[in-house]
Design a protein around this ligand. Sequence first.
Ligand code: SF4
Ligand code: SF4
Length: 452
Amino acid sequence: MSDSTLPKDGNTSASNPVSRRSFLAAAGAVAGAAGVLAASQKAFAYGPASNYLPGSLVKSTIKRLDKFPYELGGVQRFREVLNAFGNPPGYAEFKKDYPPTTMQKMQDKVPGFTLVDQALYNAAWTSYRGAPSLFSWEPLGVAKPVPQIGRWEGTPEEANIIIKKAARIFGAADAGVARTNPLWFYATVGRDKETPIEFTDQVTSPVKTPDLIQIPNSMQSVIVLIIPMDLQMMQFTPSALGSAAVGVGYSGMIEVASKLAEFIRGLGYQAIPMGNDTSLSVPMAIEAGLGEQGRAGILVHPVLGTCLRISKVLTDLPIAPDKPIRFGAQEFCKSCKKCARECPAGAIPMDDEYNEPIRVSNNPGPKKWYVDVWKCHCFWSTNGAPCGTCQRTCPYNKPQTWMHDLVKGMTATTSILDPVFIKLDDLMGYGTYYDPDAAARFWKEAAWPTQG
Ligand code: SF4
Ligand code: SF4
């Protein structure tokens, strides 16, 4: 538009009902709004975590606590050899590459268990199971320390921000920081030979030998990382196809933790990336303010629910810790019980109140719901694929929309409507079924709608 077409006096003309002044004011408002939008996008638009930001109601109902929110009883450091991955009868058979049930289902071309499903499942674990492991206690040589500059120096609060930003860029959906609590580290690791882990002032760097693992007391912080799993793919659990989402999640654990460890090494500090080795994940995540302990024995995160995995990085970088949170999940679990109802093994308790430990694989002490993890893993053996039904059924697993924000916000403030919300969750068909027909259709549909 040439300037001559605009009214010269700033008044509204008959042919142009918008005055220059009001046009400029409106343009200013639009520009201002665009600026706010741009600023908010600038603040939030990076990394996969952009899909997992809490809605404003959920955010406003999260309470920060000064101490661990649950009674710990006389809990002791646990021995890795006792956990469920080595113990239930028949589980060793399942750990073979293709146990008989899996092989039979492949031969019968059962949807979700076919060769292509199995190949996807196996390949999804590549980063986690590939060798050499990226969970290296030694620097990988990717980070380049700069002796001329020296190591990064900043306040612990600044460190908290930069570490979380890096974690987010590397693919974490959320991250928190806890003080190192030796209670959550295995007392011993290994199955055939148990190697003790000790925290000590006798070493300045971690030392690993077959007889003893020493971690310096100076490694005072643990950064806990939340890795999202694909909620849509998890609908195919319990099958090899659905478990591919779990494999991708595990690979994400090692990819994010190893990159963050290299980042910390690049800052001039020590870092040990950890998956399910070395330490327990759920209590550390609770201490780091990332969620609550749920009925199914796994973490409930306020946004991702239970559809997640956890990895950690132990470090001597001075970094401010976060506080544990409550948002009503344990209260909701009391009436929900959906994971217990849907568990194909009957492994998750239906009790309103907490139960007692069931197997040697339960670490006794804390007041919580104990899961019969042996029954769980025996089901995996007979099923021919890992499960994860409890992770897909949780009503907290919802995409971030205003409606889900509203419901989560309401459950955080009152439990009166919990039974109604649980009923609605069922009626809407969330996470209650495994549909073999959908698994059969999966490989026949185009990967991207533009190619269909
Ligand atoms: S993984 Fe499956 S069998 Fe195991 S506790 Fe969860 S729902 Fe039950
Ligand atoms: S499914 Fe229900 S009972 Fe189970 S962890 Fe989720 S909220 Fe709790």
